[in-house]
Design a protein around this ligand. Structure first.
Ligand SMILES: C[S@@+](CC[C@H](N)C(=O)[O-])C[C@H]1O[C@@H](n2cnc3c(N)ncnc32)[C@H](O)[C@@H]1O
Length: 384
């Protein structure tokens, strides 16, 4: 309480009087309880303060060298923009001589070859579950009005978070199932280069329109069948300007989920029950049954990763189908096994994305459990 006129003695006695009246507690008992509570509070506060003083002392004893004068020009040049902007006020901290601390206490490790994040931001991303409730209107929707012609556009701000972990500024991101460009917009939002391919010219045009509406850099795109295009090794390399990819970030069709007539939700809303395939083409992975999809998809990974740099990452979104006829339909588990078997590609782990903006429906009610799958799997692999 910041009010200096607060009279503790008077307030405690007032409270004591009320309590005694309400609960018939004796004054003595109240005073004993009060003393116990206060000594707990005092001991906790004393510990907190002692701990703070100890940490301050450790910090003061640490070497605190100005960063600008102690780093070579080459090292200074390699720093992320947020460190460069504060370099005059930043110091080298700790014993390793490899950690720079900016005035706002963010720390950056000079050996960080993966991204431009501070230690705290790195740790935050390691959480295996991420939940969002992105709005589909207003500035935060990132031109959803335009992108909603696609049945399953990804939120650019989610893609941005992934891109920021797996690349550095001006790194190259590749999405060969780009749709209306969730990945490409995410890359533009954080100053990365990106290249996208999709079968549908309509989706690519919507991406370009969204880019203009948002006043973002338009990334390079191509309307093509990725399966076929990625097989043409030299054409593919030329398309990338012979540059190596830092991150392959893809959101492929989830088997033929969108090409199936909808159930469940459809029971509530008949006009929504029609299938929404991405395109009507046979080469659309969204029109392939799962066994075929797995073969074709694995092939795209083999070909696309030829131009991925060593230690570059592959991040794949996928969703399971409902179990049916004894098949658990764990699409994510199938893909982990398939892709982990590709030469030089190793599975690193999964993040689960919970999309809290998805409506819930009483599927199965009142007979059986049918999951409202509001989550998707983000599978993470690395080359080498
Ligand atoms: C799940 S959507 C991707 C949505 C995208 N992440 C976005 O934010 O809009 C999958 C996309 O893959 C495309 N696609 C399917 N088969 C393809 C193929 N053989 N070559 C290129 N694109 C393909 C579809 O047209 C669809 O837009």
């Amino acid at each position: 309480m910041s009010n200096s006129k607060f009279n503790y003695e008077k307030e405690i006695r007032k409270f004591e009087k009320q309590l005694v009246k309400l609960s018939k507690i004796t004054r003595d008992k109240f005073n004993i309880e009060l003393q116990n509570e206060l000594s707990l509070l005092f001991s906790r506060k004393t510990k907190e303060i002692k701990n703070k003083l100890r940490l301050n002392k450790i910090d003061q004893n640490k070497k605190n060298t100005p960063a600008k004068s102690s780093l070579s020009n080459k090292n200074l040049e390699k720093l992320p923009s947020w460190v460069k902007d504060e370099i005059d006020e930043s110091s080298i901290v700790g014993n390793s001589n490899k950690v720079i601390q900016t005035p706002d206490k963010r720390k950056y490790h000079l050996d960080n070859k993966l991204n431009d994040l501070s230690g705290g931001e790195w740790t935050f991303f390691l959480n295996s579950v991420i939940t969002t409730r992105y709005s589909t209107s207003g500035a935060d929707s990132y031109a959803h009005e335009i992108r909603k012609i696609h049945p399953s556009p990804k939120p650019p701000q989610l893609m941005r978070q992934i891109i920021e972990f797996f690349t550095k500024e001006r790194g190259l991101v590749f999405d060969y199932f780009m749709g209306v460009g969730g990945t490409l917009l995410g890359a533009s939002l954080c100053n990365r280069k990106a290249i996208g391919i999709d079968l549908s010219g309509k989706y690519i045009s919507a991406y370009k329109k969204a880019t203009k509406a948002l006043n973002l850099v338009e990334q390079k795109t191509l309307q093509a069948d990725s399966v076929n295009f990625l097989k043409k090794t030299s054409e593919f390399s030329k398309f990338l300007n012979e540059e190596e990819i830092d991150l392959i970030l893809i959101d492929p069709p989830y088997g033929d989920m969108m090409a199936r007539e909808k159930t469940g939700e459809a029971a509530k809303n008949k006009k929504n029950s029609e299938a929404t395939p991405f395109t009507n083409m046979d080469v659309d992975l969204g029109n392939m049954e799962w066994k075929k999809f797995r073969e074709v998809f694995k092939d795209t990974i083999k070909n696309a990763t030829k131009n991925l740099k060593d230690k570059g990452h592959i991040v794949i979104f996928i969703k399971d189908l409902q179990p049916k006829n004894g098949d658990p339909n764990l699409l994510h588990a199938d893909l982990i096994k398939d892709i982990n078997n590709v030469d030089k590609i190793n599975y690193l782990g999964t993040k689960i994305w919970g999309d809290l903006s998805v409506n819930l429906y009483p599927y199965g009610y009142p007979h059986s459990y049918v999951s409202n799958q509001i989550h998707q799997y983000i599978l993470i692999f690395r080359k080498g």
